[in-house]
Write a protein that binds this ligand. Structure first.
Ligand code: PAF
Length: 282
């Protein structure tokens, strides 16, 4: 497994692959890898000749009061878990190389970036879209792999790839959960003691939405009200939003339709978590 920290060797790696007609898959990450990331890596391994994992905690997607400095970093452990999966290269650039002095060109995503995370974290998706475009330009993959856990991010990235005519397949992997339902996230290591138990509230509220939808409830407002009750019963959790939206536009819906998505964000102790589920309508 090659460990590349500079942009030009990364480009050279991809140029060699393209000359050899090898399909390159990129799994973009911010490190602190967990089974959710690894499931994307395995999928890329199955579908591509060469797999690149990028590890870069992107400063521009964190707001000034957010947890950029505290974001979990564990490069040694990341290398250990990637080795056995047959990853060909890890691209782990320095922030100063991704954003050299004078850098000032940004990707401004469209309306999908406005609600939910966009409201709670102004500028977040501008930072995400900009770094993802940079990574795609540097690594030049044929396919890039994202997790459904960051549903809104996935929609923003898919839209950017389509709007900017990038010839890259965006592959989305399912959410991987702990036994008790908690969605895997790098931030879960920050959940200490009782907060870990309380964090179940996110997946419990989504389960409630799934159950109501499966039993025929179509009124999104009623379902959201039930989801909120579950948060209200957990004093350690501070709900940021609970929404049911259209899967493409991410606009709130009044009535559930095919592909409606329920999304939640909450702070549990000091840790902000997000989760979602696609509501099956039969
Ligand atoms: O999902 C993430 O880990 C990040 O937002 C990403 C896509 C690697 C961009 O920094």
């Amino acid at each position: 497994m090659e460990w590349l920290t500079q942009i030009s060797p990364m480009r050279a790696f991809s140029a060699r692959a393209r000359r050899a007609a090898q399909r390159v898959g990129l799994v973009p990450t911010m490190g602190a890898l967990h089974e959710g990331h690894l499931s994307l890596v395995r999928r890329a391994r199955d579908q591509c000749d060469l797999v690149v994992v990028s590890i870069f905690v992107n400063p521009t997607q964190f707001g000034p009061t957010e947890d950029y400095r505290r974001y979990p970093r564990n490069a040694e452990q990341d290398v250990k878990v990637l080795g056995p999966l047959g990853v060909d290269a890890v691209f782990a650039p320095e922030a100063g190389d991704v954003y050299p002095p004078g850098f000032d060109t940004w990707v401004e995503p469209g309306p999908e970036a406005e609600p939910m995370e966009g409201e709670s974290r102004p500028g977040h998706f501008r930072g995400v879209a900009t770094v993802v475009l940079k990574l795609l330009n540097i690594v030049q993959p044929h396919a890039a792999y994202f997790g459904q856990k960051d549903y809104q991010q996935m929609v923003v990235v898919r839209r950017m790839v389509s709007d900017l005519n990038l010839e890259i397949d965006i592959v989305v992997g399912p959410i991987v959960r702990e036994k008790d339902g908690l969605a895997l996230s790098s931030r879960n290591v920050c959940l200490k003691g009782e907060d870990r138990k309380a964090a179940r509230v996110l997946s419990c509220s989504l389960k409630k939405a799934e159950t109501l939808a499966a039993s025929g409830e179509r009124d999104a407002e009623k379902i959201v009200a039930e989801m909120k009750k579950i948060f209200a019963a957990e004093p350690r959790a501070q709900l940021d939003y609970a929404e049911i939206v259209d899967s493409e536009s991410l606009q709130s819906v009044k009535q559930l339709g095919p592909g409606s998505v329920a999304l939640v964000a909450a702070r549990v102790g000091p840790t902000r978590l997000i989760d979602n589920t696609i509501l099956e309508i039969t």
